[in-house]
Design a protein around this ligand. Structure first.
Ligand code: COA
Length: 160
């Protein structure tokens, strides 16, 4: 668990997510992705399968964001599956903090590369990843459905 001071908030806490966080993770999903949100069963799977690693961020005891990566232990790679922060808590560094927390976990697991896909029209998320050192490796046509392309991005993982 990481407790940190934040210029915007009195108390921010980062920790691995657990099954008891399921409902709030679903709320964060819906507030961020609307109709394209993960279903409850999928979030349950993210929380129960050991290949998935989840982090949640709380601000003054309110769960406001979460992020998940998939561990490919054989290839020593991580794949960022999702990240979302509730709209009213954005632009305060919480997504960066979530990714820093997960990156430490990736380092502990001795993974070498983390990859992700992001919609070509998703400027906030693309800027977030670029600001953290991800590089654009290519474009995947129609990744999110017809006419909705994705950027494929990667970065190396700092060792813990
Ligand atoms: C993408 C998302 C997680 C960012 O969360 P956040 O907590 O607001 O992000 P942070 O405050 O940590 O911002 C970190 C960096 O992201 C970029 N960024 C964040 N919001 C931005 C915006 N509205 N416009 C442009 N860049 C933005 C900036 O580079 C920022 O760094 P800076 O503040 O030093 O300029 C959030 O917007 C979100 O939940 N979006 C909906 C879900 C989503 O699209 N997830 C990504 C799927 S691939």
């Amino acid at each position: 668990m990481l407790k940190m001071g934040c210029s915007h908030y009195q108390f921010v806490r980062l920790r691995p997510a657990i099954m008891e966080d399921l409902e709030e993770m679903l709320n964060i999903e819906r507030s961020s992705f609307g109709d394209e949100s993960y279903q409850k069963e999928l979030i349950e799977q993210l929380l129960s399968d050991k290949e998935f690693h989840n982090a949640i961020v709380e601000v003054e005891d309110v769960k406001v964001g979460y992020a998940t990566f998939f561990e490919d232990a054989r290839k020593k790679r991580a794949r960022l599956i999702t990240i979302a922060v509730m709209p009213e808590y954005r632009n305060r560094g919480l997504a960066k903090a979530l990714l820093a927390f997960l990156q430490k976990e990736m380092g502990r697991l001795r993974l070498g590369i983390v990859s992700l896909e992001v919609g070509t029209s998703n400027v906030p998320a693309t800027n977030l990843y670029l600001s953290l050192g991800f590089r654009i490796k290519g474009t995947i046509p129609n990744y999110y459905g017809k006419g909705k392309d994705a950027l494929y991005m990667e970065r190396s993982i700092d060792r813990a």
